[in-house]
Design a protein around this ligand. Structure first.
Ligand code: ATP
Ligand code: MG
Ligand code: MG
Ligand code: MG
Length: 469
């Protein structure tokens, strides 16, 4: 009992019993929003339902939605492995009301689920409301019986949600769990709220307005509800763990990573195993939803995630490709809830294997360069941007991988210098080509180079020549 799979099921069943349609997760590449890099919340697949553009045969829904936050507005990539609560890929449990119930029922349903169904002690919970949202404040007092000092009014946009510059918007209310005094961090709204003691588990969004223009906001005739709870975070709470990476699902993935790398997830290796387990999920689910590693857009984000995991595998001393060997463990954990994962298993395995073989060809040389160049740097120093650019340009190291590699030593990367080097290379490439005469071809070529950077392209050509692909 209380496995991730049980907790997901209990959530879906509870809302189904309360009149909600169980809807399958939408894909990670949103099919209704080209501006969004990846699906990053449960409401994404329902955007048009909330705005009224689309009608569904139900007015209440519940989902467990695959989310990736590694690019675009929400980017948690740098947190992974270092905070207790962030993943690049995670599952967001959510219940939705499309003009059906509103604030009072949403709070009742949420409170009953976490305190009765999941059985969390009320004294460990606290909530936030938007500072002007007296309704929510009073409802939490009435329904949950929370004392006033555990209903915290927050004046920032953390507690006000908007779909965009225009469209539905409204205040939100978040539920936090107190993991106890031993852990650094203050309650929401305090100066050290970014610590990991008080962990946000559930966000309830009350869509009650429509923003028509900057200064023009009206009440929605039929307000709606959108909620999101991190499955891994609630699982940690219910399994008596503080860190998401200690829940059953991650323990099993990390056990596989320990087995195939021949190292324990302890000491300086702990973060690497976490990053590997996290990035394995993100990479595999993205590939299953049709993203392949490339040098632009979504494919480039995937490549960055994959290469970062592969750098950590190298750090563990794994001599051969590691990631592809972990796929069976992942399918075992999550294939039942997400059949697309099982279906894509051969493609995922192949893609991970190929990318790791490619990357390993230059990884050692790149790491040697990085070690030399950073040998004399100490905490607080920055690696010159030129060096980071060379690693990117010649060895295929995305710059965030270089940052990650130096992070444990407290060394940063001079990003201004990096960007300048990138810009200079583009300008030089343009100048070299000037006057070749074929304007149309040139325009296409430079727009590709500007998007991708030239190098990875050349890198692949070279690898092809060497017979890797
Ligand atoms: P945080 O402040 O901890 O970064 P958030 O406010 O950005 O979280 P929301 O956008 O409100 O998160 O998403 C709803 C819920 O999804 C959160 O309450 C949390 O439980 C979960 N969640 C958000 N980001 C992540 C992540 N990177 N990894 C795991 N769970 C997440
Ligand atoms: Mg966040
Ligand atoms: Mg938050
Ligand atoms: Mg939130």
């Amino acid at each position: 009992m209380n496995s991730v799979n049980d907790i997901r099921k209990a959530f879906l069943d509870y809302f189904a019993r309360n009149g909600h349609e169980v809807v399958a997760s939408g894909p990670l590449v949103p099919d209704n929003d080209p501006t969004l890099m990846f699906t990053n919340a449960g409401m994404v697949q329902f955007k048009n339902v909330f705005t009224g553009l689309e009608k569904r045969p139900y007015s209440r829904a519940v989902t467990s939605q695959k989310c990736v936050r590694a690019g675009g507005k929400h980017n948690d990539l740098d947190n992974v492995g270092y905070t207790a609560r962030h993943h690049t890929f995670f599952e967001m449990l959510g219940n939705f009301s499309f003009g059906d119930y509103f604030k009072e029922t949403a709070i009742e349903l949420a409170w009953e689920l976490i305190t009765k169904e999941y059985g969390l002690p009320a004294e460990k919970l606290l909530v936030t409301v938007y500072h002007t949202d007296d309704d929510a404040f009073d409802l939490w007092k009435k329904i949950a019986g929370l004392p006033e000092d555990r209903i915290i009014r927050i004046p920032t946009h953390d507690n006000f949600w908007a779909m965009g510059d225009t469209g539905p918007c409204g205040p939100c209310s978040e539920i936090f769990y107190d993991h106890g005094e031993g852990i650094p961090g203050g309650p929401p709204g305090s100066p050290d709220e970014d610590g990991d003691r008080f962990i946000e588990i559930w966000n309830l969004v009350f869509m009650q307005y429509e923003q028509l223009a900057v200064d023009d906001r009206i009440d929605l005739p039929r307000p709606s509800i959108d909620t999101g709870m991190g499955l891994e975070r609630i699982a940690a709470v219910l399994q008596g763990e503080h860190n998401n990476y200690d829940i059953d699902l991650f323990r099993h993935l990390i056990a596989a990573s320990e087995e195939f790398s021949g190292t324990k997830a302890e000491g300086e290796h702990a973060a690497s195993h976490r990053v590997i387990a996290d990035h394995l999920r993100a990479s595999s689910f993205l590939i299953a939803d049709g993203v392949l590693p490339s040098n632009e857009g979504r494919g480039y984000v995937l490549r960055r995630i994959m290469r970062r995991a592969m750098r950590h595998a190298e750090f563990l001393g794994a001599k051969d490709p590691l990631m592809y060997r972990l796929v069976p463990a992942l399918v075992q954990e999550m294939g039942q809830a997400y059949p697309e994962l099982s279906r894509a298993q051969p493609l995922i395995t192949e893609t991970l294997h190929l990318e790791e073989r490619r990357f390993r060809k230059t990884l050692d040389r790149g790491l040697a360069l990085l070690n030399d160049a950073s040998a004399r740097l100490s905490e607080g120093d920055a690696l010159p941007g030129e060096t980071a650019f060379k690693l990117y340009d010649t060895y295929g190291f995305p710059v965030d991988l270089t940052q990650d590699a130096l992070r444990r030593r407290g060394v940063s990367v001079d990003m201004e210098g990096f960007n300048k080097a990138m810009e200079r290379q583009r300008a030089e490439a343009r100048a070299k080509w000037a006057g070749s005469g074929d304007q149309a071809t040139e325009a296409v070529w430079f727009s590709i180079r500007d998007k991708h950077g030239a190098t990875d392209f050349l890198g692949y050509e070279t690898e092809k020549a060497e017979g890797v692909v």
